[in-house]
Write a protein that binds this ligand. Structure first.
Ligand code: AMP
Length: 415
């Protein structure tokens, strides 16, 4: 299948070509025809599958046929980073169509609010918004959505996790009942199904290999104690095999501490967390995107909000508590059918979390052997939780953590 098969409007097709999309991804191949038929859709697809294009392209195609005088589509997203990235993707795909869009999100100063207000008043064709700020514009009376034809909920599970359920229902109360609604979610818990039932009409359902990491990711695990973690980062980065790297940690305190440690050993990295001003965060992301910054350190919030091509390595400085966060984290690499490496550091407290991940991905992750000089590093106080630790204090260390082990069998089959 090619993009020509969809018979998009010529200007939109030009945008697709200029973005370098040649073949539709599986979610695009499945979702685009359904959406073009006008059906509501509930799609289970993770980031990295091309899901944004899957809903944007048919929506842009529909809008490109009309007079472009009003706001026709609303995309709701959980975070401002995601909202901005969706908006950027619209800009790229819609470049030749004359369709306008704006990202509307909270935070920022009065100038940002004013810019959003002006965009809205100028009847921008597509609004990509986080729920809270959108409600502010709706209740102020500036934003009228009576001409809306398409509503998209992107990362719906994340929006519910973040407590946006009431806001979403409130926003929907402002929309025309006759509309096409598309719901995209990485997971399909019962709450998402209930939400879908409430807001979609006889939806078509699509599942794209839920919760499975992209095949192009070489997943590896190192068993370590906490004193080995930073030296191991240094060891992995020393040969400059990897050029664009994200390091994930579970809490922003760990992100900040790791940033200091990496700075001390002259690794060019920046920490990305919620204590930074929005401008600072944008600047860091921009540098990272433009490959001026090789390493970015962040929490799981970053795993949902970053869409950067060419990330070749993800390091999990600790194991995420939710196995699906693991999928999100490592999904930052090997985007759209490329390859990448995901390395996870597992200390004894995180062992159970690793087991849960392996259960979810239905295979063991390749266990790597620590180099001798790192295996020799002694733990400070092996029995006590240390920085980054969350948790399982009752568990006795029943393995030789951090000691060099005989190579265990590699059943991972991830090449
Ligand atoms: P998403 O899953 O929507 O976050 O998209 C992941 C990445 O894949 C983004 O950088 C898109 O620009 C890119 N992408 C989406 N569709 C295609 C395609 N058909 N061909 C190549 N890259 C794509």
């Amino acid at each position: 299948m090619t993009f020509q098969d969809f018979n998009f409007n010529e200007q939109l097709f030009e945008g697709v070509e200029s973005m370098g999309f040649t073949t539709p991804t599986p979610i695009q191949a499945m979702a685009i025809p359904t959406i073009m038929e006008g059906r509501d859709l509930i799609a289970c697809a993770q980031t990295g599958t091309g899901k944004t294009g899957a809903y944007l392209l048919p929506v842009l195609n529909a809008i490109s046929q009309g007079n472009k005088h009003h706001t026709y589509a609303l995309v709701l997203a959980p975070t401002r980073e995601l909202a901005q990235q969706i908006d950027q993707q619209i800009e790229g795909l819609a470049y030749f169509t004359g369709i306008s869009s704006i990202a509307v999100f909270g935070g920022g100063d009065g100038i940002v609010y004013e810019q959003q207000r002006r965009g809205i008043q100028n009847n921008v064709n597509i609004i990509v918004a986080t729920p809270g700020r959108l409600i502010a514009h709706l209740t102020s009376g500036v934003l009228k959505l009576n001409h809306l034809t398409h509503l998209v909920l992107d990362e719906a599970d994340r929006m519910l996790d973040m407590g946006f359920s009431d806001d979403i229902m409130r926003i929907i109360s402002y929309l025309p009942k006759e509309r096409q609604t598309l719901l995209f979610s990485a997971t399909m818990p019962g709450r998402i199904r209930s939400l879908a039932k409430a807001i979609l009409k006889e939806p078509e359902q699509i599942n794209i290999a839920i919760s499975q990491p992209a095949v192009g990711i070489d997943q590896q695990v190192y068993r370590v104690h906490d004193q080995q973690k930073t030296p191991l980062v240094q060891h992995i980065l020393k040969d400059a095999v990897f050029t664009s790297i994200i390091i994930f940690a579970s809490r922003k305190e760990i992100v900040k501490a790791l940033y200091k440690e990496l700075k001390a050993i002259k690794i060019k990295a920046m920490a990305f967390h919620s204590d930074l001003e929005q401008k600072e965060r944008e600047e860091i992301l921009l540098q990272f995107k433009n490959k001026l910054l090789p390493v970015i350190i962040g929490t799981d919030a970053l795993s949902r909000g970053i869409d950067v091509e060419g990330i070749d390595l993800v390091i999990n400085y600790d194991v995420p508590g939710d196995p699906e966060d693991y999928i999100h984290r490592i999904g930052r690499t090997a985007r759209a059918a490329t390859t990448g490496t995901a390395i996870t550091f597992v200390n004894h407290r995180d062992e159970r979390k690793l087991k849960n991940i392996e259960k979810l991905i239905e295979k063991p992750i390749k266990l790597m052997t620590l180099p001798d000089e790192l295996a020799a590093i002694q733990p400070l106080k092996p029995e006590q939780p240390q920085s980054g630790g969350s948790g399982d204090k009752k568990r006795k260390p029943n393995r030789r953590w951090g000691k060099k082990k005989p190579r265990q069998q590699n059943t991972g089959n991830q090449g």
